[in-house]
Design a protein around this ligand. Structure first.
Ligand code: PLP
Length: 220
């Protein structure tokens, strides 16, 4: 999509977001020129799903913007991910958390992370099961080189945003229960939910990070 349309889309969506809600531009498959147009219009965070693709963007754009990892992370990419990303939104197991902790220690960095919740309890989908979220959060808080800052969910995809509402609501309920837990409450700052078709519903359900690609850059 050309720069002007991307900038218009970014401006319109940024203006429509309530105070306190931050836009993450989902950058997969987009060119550096497209991503730069979004940053010129006010995007401050770009999300990437693949380490290799992110490397290309980061080489070209560096720290003009912050970088979030929003894809499924394999443990053997933990080191690279820690090198590249300001936040990793998709931690869903103790083993991955431990791999990130170790990589962060080697990089002399404290890695910001979110827990991805499998709010639809879908088999073969990423994310920790809702009922296991608290235990994973406690374990992550014992790891000194990662800093837990909240929760992320995808929810079972549907083109009808209303049918995603229960999954956003469930994730919000888990978030709230972790706010009530003295051990986890300070770690509950971000709730990352909602994509192009669903971000308005997600914000109604408490999202303060929304991950939007198509509505900014057009169809992939
Ligand atoms: C691609 C992607 C998005 C954005 O999806 P759109 O429908 O293009 O807005 C959000 N979150 C994740 C994890 C994604 O992979």
């Amino acid at each position: 999509m050309d720069r002007t349309r991307i900038k218009d889309n970014v401006s319109r969506i940024l203006a429509s977001l309530p105070h306190g809600v931050t836009l993450v531009a989902a950058g997969k498959t987009r060119s550096v020129d497209e991503l730069k147009a979004a940053v010129d219009a006010g995007v401050s965070i770009i999300g990437h799903n693949y380490v290799q693709e992110a490397q290309t963007s980061i080489d070209a754009m560096g720290n003009m913007v912050r970088w979030h990892f929003i894809g499924h992370l394999q443990r053997n990419k933990a080191k690279k991910a820690v090198e590249l990303f300001d936040m990793i939104e998709t931690v869903d197991s103790a083993r991955l958390a431990e791999a990130l902790d170790k990589a962060a220690q080697q990089s002399v960095k404290v890695q910001d992370v979110l827990i991805e919740v499998n709010s639809g309890k879908e088999p073969n989908k990423a994310g920790v099961m809702p009922e296991d979220t608290q235990e994973l959060a406690h374990h992550m808080l014992s790891l000194k080189n990662i800093r837990l800052l909240g929760l992320m969910t995808m929810g079972p995809w549907s083109d009808d945003a209303e049918s995603m509402r229960p999954y956003f609501r469930l994730t919000r309920e888990i978030f709230k229960s972790l706010v009530k837990d003295a051990r986890t409450k300070d770690a509950m700052r971000y709730l990352s939910m909602g994509m192009s078709d669903s971000y308005k519903v997600a914000i109604e359900e408490g999202a303060n990070l929304v991950r939007i690609g198509t509505a900014l850059f057009g169809p992939r």
